[in-house]
Design a protein around this ligand. Structure first.
Ligand code: PEP
Ligand code: MN
Length: 332
């Protein structure tokens, strides 16, 4: 159950009520909010005098649920808003990894040439093998910061583990929690203390319930700026890298109040399929599209097979405009 306390209830009072009633407590827009387990269906008598509104929920998808907040949450990125009543599709692109100044500059220039405001690239790569390229680490973060300063872009990069989370939060405008880190509650809780938007990717073996409950760790820490990212789940199919769960996207749009971004690149795993899949995603009416691009994909140090070259991405970008318009969305 989500319990919004009256405006005059102080943080100290709320903390005390929270402990006595086994609730998480956080502040939302100057209001203290308690969240109990969803098994609680009636408001405890002790809380009644302090309570402004209360919302029983049918599962531990609570803060992210339309049962609590029927209006979709809006995220203000400064240059545009996604979610809420907006029909904006945030275009996010860049290489899988920051590799060099020259490479990331070319990626930034692709963004500028298309009017894209968000450059994404990894610096701490959660590779399946310890012998593969692991990312440039802090040096990569600094290169991204350079791109932000030079081109006025926002940057997004992934946090792999707790050792560098503060650096990632400091250097990026949007924090990416990758599929492999979706269950890392240390990362999720630390993201909950920030107010920067968090792009939370679905673990490839996670149910929708587990996915959205991961988002609850961030939301219940007090950070309302969570974006869900579907990036493909593992199925019996091996011809494609993963299977993009568009049914799951329909579910998330129907039952959660969070913006949803799609990542067709990691789902498909092969560049040849990315344009068609991307147009299919756009046709669903979604809040963002994350697509991996590289100046020379064949030489990429990670995810080489799935990245589009800049000419391919530009062609895709232009082909998306009528699809967006057909479903009443605008690319931002
Ligand atoms: C990535 O975004 O480059 C990445 C590693 O993706 P995922 O976490 O979805 O595997
Ligand atoms: Mn990648």
């Amino acid at each position: 159950m989500v319990i919004e306390l009256k405006k005059e209830v102080s943080a100290a009072q709320a903390a005390e009520l929270g402990v006595r009633n086994k609730c998480i407590v956080f502040e939302d827009n100057g209001i203290q909010v308690l969240v109990s387990a969803s098994s609680l269906k009636t408001l405890p008598a002790e809380l009644a005098p302090f309570t402004e509104a209360w919302f029983p929920t049918s599962s531990d998808i609570q803060l992210a649920s339309k049962e609590y907040r029927a209006q979709r949450r809006e995220i203000d990125l400064g240059f545009a808003r996604i979610g809420g009543t907006n029909r904006n599709t945030l275009m996010i692109t860049g290489p899988c990894s920051v590799e060099s100044l020259e490479q990331i500059t070319q990626s930034a220039e692709l963004c500028v040439s298309l009017g894209i405001k968000v450059l994404r690239a990894g610096c701490y790569k959660p590779r399946t093998s310890p012998y593969s390229f692991q990312g440039l680490g802090l040096e990569g973060l600094k290169l991204l910061a350079q791109m932000r300063d030079k081109y006025g872009l926002q940057v997004i990069t992934e946090v792999r583990d707790a050792s560098h989370i503060d650096d990632v939060i400091e250097y990026t405008d949007i924090i990416q929690v990758g599929a492999k880190a979706m269950y890392d509650q240390g990362i999720l809780r630390r993201c909950g203390q920030s107010r920067k938007p968090v792009l939370l990717k679905r673990g490839f073996g996670s149910t929708l319930q587990e996915f959205v409950q991961a988002a609850e760790f961030v939301l219940s820490g007090g950070n309302p700026n969570v974006v869900l990212c579907e990036r493909g789940i593992r199925t019996f199919e091996t011809k494609t890298r993963f299977t993009l769960d568009l049914c799951g996207v329909a579910y998330l749009k129907q039952y959660t109040n969070l913006p949803v971004v799609l990542d067709p690149s990691h789902a498909m795993g092969y560049a040849y399929g990315v344009p068609d899949l991307t147009r299919a995603c756009m046709a669903m009416g979604i809040d963002g599209l994350l697509i991996e691009t590289h100046p020379t994909p064949a030489t990429a140090l990670s995810d080489a097979s799935q990245q589009l070259n800049h000419a391919e991405y530009t062609a895709l970008y232009n082909s998306l405009k009528p699809v967006a318009a057909a479903v009443g969305y605008e690319m931002v």
